[in-house]
Design a protein around this ligand. Structure first.
Ligand SMILES: [Zn+2]
Ligand SMILES: [Zn+2]
Length: 342
């Protein structure tokens, strides 16, 4: 089968690789019908994620059809259309029993990281019973790809950890796919103001059409303090993963507010405790647990959430090298999420 392989920082290739086989009785083999490229894959390509080693098949998002299941899998059968969660969970260990699937002792974020991922024609999914979700008949499979990672990530790491409340003023720093997924799911809680921050005018225009109430392109700290009459924001949500955007968040969080980090950071940041120690703020970090995926799936099915809006480009899977170029050059290409179809 064909798969997209990582060969060290900056080096990737579409290559032939043996089709995965069942290893444990709790495994399923899934034939990928749709997958996508994540900002995290770009971090991997930069060398920010040292757990990814040479020869790894990348990708942790996708929808597919179950091809084969191990003897220990009872919830899924060959022929089922399934959503692949970016987080693998055994459902039984101490972390899983706390609902913290991201730190499952036998899983967590392993797909496209420490085991081969979804940017391939087939993938092996360990602990299939608790790591797959059924896609109901008639469900829009492309839209469901947005539920593998970006919607639960924006919602859990940004909206829930940011404790967004009705009437709040919130700022989302970064209007890429994760920031926009945060913007979509923040509206479950009716914040009064959603300030979207990004240097890219096209992304801000998209954010406006998704429900942002204020857009900030330049001098974000100054602008947001002006917009909030020097008070700052109730929730400052970091959706990029670099020091500069974390800095913006710690400069704009109001007393009593919440700074929710979503971004994947490859380098250290400076924490200004000399300013924040007396501000009653909370700072949270999280790897998405995907505990909200069943709820988000129902909101997508009902039409209340429209994640398909995030899809800007379509490619055949065979053109994944081109898709990486497009996604890696997102600003010029006006790219949000790219969908690859097998
Ligand atoms: Zn991802
Ligand atoms: Zn577990």
């Amino acid at each position: 089968m064909k798969a997209l392989l990582y060969h060290g920082p900056g080096a990737r290739a579409l290559e032939e690789k043996p089709k995965p086989v069942l290893i444990d009785p709790t495994d399923a083999i899934v034939k990928i019908t749709h997958t996508t490229i994540c900002g995290t894959d770009l971090h991997i390509m930069k060398g920010d994620v040292p757990t990814v080693t040479d020869g790894r098949t990348l990708g942790h998002e996708g929808v597919g059809i179950v091809e084969e299941t191990g003897a220990g899998v009872s919830n899924f059968h060959a022929g089922d259309t399934v959503l692949i969660s970016c987080i693998t969970s055994c459902g039984k260990c101490g972390s899983c029993r706390k609902g913290m699937y991201s730190h499952c002792e036998h899983g967590g974020w392993i797909l496209g990281n420490t085991i081969d991922g979804t940017q391939a024609e087939y993938v092996r999914i360990p602990h299939a019973d608790s790591s797959l979700h059924r896609v109901p008949d008639g469900g829009d499979t492309e839209a469901f790809v947005m539920l593998s990672d970006i919607l639960p990530t924006g919602f859990e790491c940004g909206v829930l950890n940011g404790r967004v409340q009705p009437g709040d003023t919130i700022a989302i720093v970064g209007a890429g796919p994760i920031g926009l997924a945060t913007l979509l799911t923040a509206q479950f809680y009716s914040p009064a103001e959603i300030i979207m921050v990004d240097p890219d005018a096209n992304r801000l225009a998209v954010a406006k059409s998704f429900g942002a109430t204020k857009l900030v392109q330049n001098n974000p700290v100054e602008e947001i303090m002006k917009l909030t009459h020097d008070r700052g924001v109730d929730a400052a949500i970091e959706a990029v993963g670099i020091g500069a955007t974390f800095d913006i968040c710690q400069s704009i969080v109001a007393p009593g507010g919440h700074l929710a980090n979503i971004g994947v950071h490859g380098k250290s940041v400076t924490l200004h405790l000399e300013k924040l120690w007396s501000s009653n703020v909370t700072i949270t970090t999280r790897l998405v647990d995907t505990v909200s995926t069943p709820m988000l799936l129902r909101t997508v099915l009902s039409g209340k959430l429209q994640p398909k809006l995030l899809i800007t480009h379509h490619f055949a899977f065979a053109d994944i090298m081109k898709a990486y170029d497009t996604f890696g050059n997102a600003a010029n290409e006006k790219a949000l999420k790219v969908i690859l179809t097998n």
